[in-house]
Design a protein around this ligand. Structure first.
Ligand code: NAD
Ligand code: LMR
Length: 328
């Protein structure tokens, strides 16, 4: 007997990332090749015509797993009974901007949507914020949802998976081994230039990546800044922010959360106080997932260099949280 459909709400459905995301969800790449889905698309009134075009194309793919799709400009309709909400809809930055500059333009979106999710979605809804600045937007959505109650505050995430995937790719190239050989990469903190990408615990076919690279200067002067500034480099090259790789990362995040991980992955999750990060800050941590829930990996050694990096990215997130206090 076929499974009951999972309801996936996607905001910003008419945008670049939406276009790279929806077809992959409908084809079963996110939730499995035996899992029917219903897509509930949200975008602004002026984007409804474009959403209808996307729906026409989804229809034209005749995806066997697509059990339904609709578009709306009303968050309460889009999030109704949703099992998963992927909050992509927000303004992207242009050349020369930092992601934090988007806070005033985008933050307000997430007060409205957090509240609407808490009022309308399933109680165990899983929420992933992709729209930038992703950590603090997730923080806003979670706080707004918590005022309503009903949904699980642990299930409001911000996306750091793109940074994790970028780090995997770059480390694999450096050691001359396939990405598939790598395990235990971690990106701590904010999806911003202060993020701390950490391969101290990473392995490649069981060998220490740190020992294989054995070059602290390359780590500090090349690897960390290249991963941290990759988003800007893509905007510079494409004239537009990353879209296909961002959609891919969102699929990886939700897939691992729902279907489980073999090992650890980076997720931006509300801190439970782990590693001295105050409760509620949405922070990139190494996590493992099982039976639809996640756990922050505990007990990793944090050396002085790492502690300094983690403190820096935490400080930035605390400043962002302070800056949005009035919205909450
Ligand atoms: P885009 O401009 O192509 O699309 C954004 C869409 O969101 C548009 O269709 C717009 O109408 C819609 N939108 C705006 N406000 C909305 C609202 N209140 N409700 C619903 N929809 C709304 O942008 P994009 O390239 O798809 O990027 C979307 C966001 O994702 C940006 O903020 C971008 O910076 C961010 N992003 C994050 C990551 C990450 O790793 N976390 C990676 C890439 C991009
Ligand atoms: C990225 O990392 O590619 C996105 O967050 C887009 C951006 O503004 O950098």
């Amino acid at each position: 007997m076929s499974k009951a459909p999972v309801r996936v709400a996607v905001t910003g459905a008419a945008g670049q990332i939406g276009y790279a995301l929806l077809f992959r969800i409908a084809s079963g790449e996110m939730l499995g090749k035996d899992q029917p889905v219903i897509l509930q698309l949200l975008d602004l009134p002026q984007a409804q015509k474009a959403c209808q075009g996307v729906i026409m194309e989804l229809d034209d793919c005749a995806f066997p797993l697509l059990a339904g799709v609709f578009a709306t400009d009303n968050p309460d309709v889009a999030f109704k009974d949703a099992d998963i909400c992927m909050l992509v809809g927000a303004r992207p930055r242009g050349p020369g901007m930092e992601r934090a500059e988007l806070l005033s333009a985008n933050g307000a979106i997430f007060t409205v949507q957090g509240k609407s999710i808490a009022e309308n979605a399933k109680e165990d809804v899983k929420v992933l914020v992709v729209g930038n600045p992703a950590n603090t937007n997730a923080y806003i959505a979670r706080k707004s949802a918590m005022k309503v109650g009903r949904t699980n505050p642990a299930n409001y995430h911000g996306m750091l998976r793109l940074d994790h995937n970028r780090a995997l790719s770059m480390a694999a190239a450096k050691i001359g081994r396939p990405v598939s050989s790598l395990r235990k990469m971690a990106v701590w903190g904010n999806h911003s230039p202060t993020m701390y990408t950490d391969y101290r615990n990473a392995t490649s076919n069981g060998d220490s990546v740190k020992a294989l690279i054995n070059d602290a200067a390359w780590n500090n002067d090349v690897f960390l800044p290249t991963v941290a500034k990759r988003g800007a480099a893509i905007i510079e090259a494409r004239g537009l922010s990353s879209a296909a790789s961002a959609a891919n990362a969102a699929i990886c995040h939700v897939r691992d959360w729902v279907l489980g991980t073999e090992d650890w992955v980076t997720m931006g999750v509300p801190s439970d106080g782990s590693y001295g990060v105050p409760e509620g800050i949405i922070f990139g941590f190494p996590c493992e997932c099982k039976n639809g829930s996640y756990k922050i990996i505990q007990g990793l050694e944090i050396d002085a260099y790492s502690q300094e990096k983690i403190a820096k990215t935490l400080k930035e997130l605390q400043e962002e949280a302070d800056a949005v206090k009035s919205m909450l």
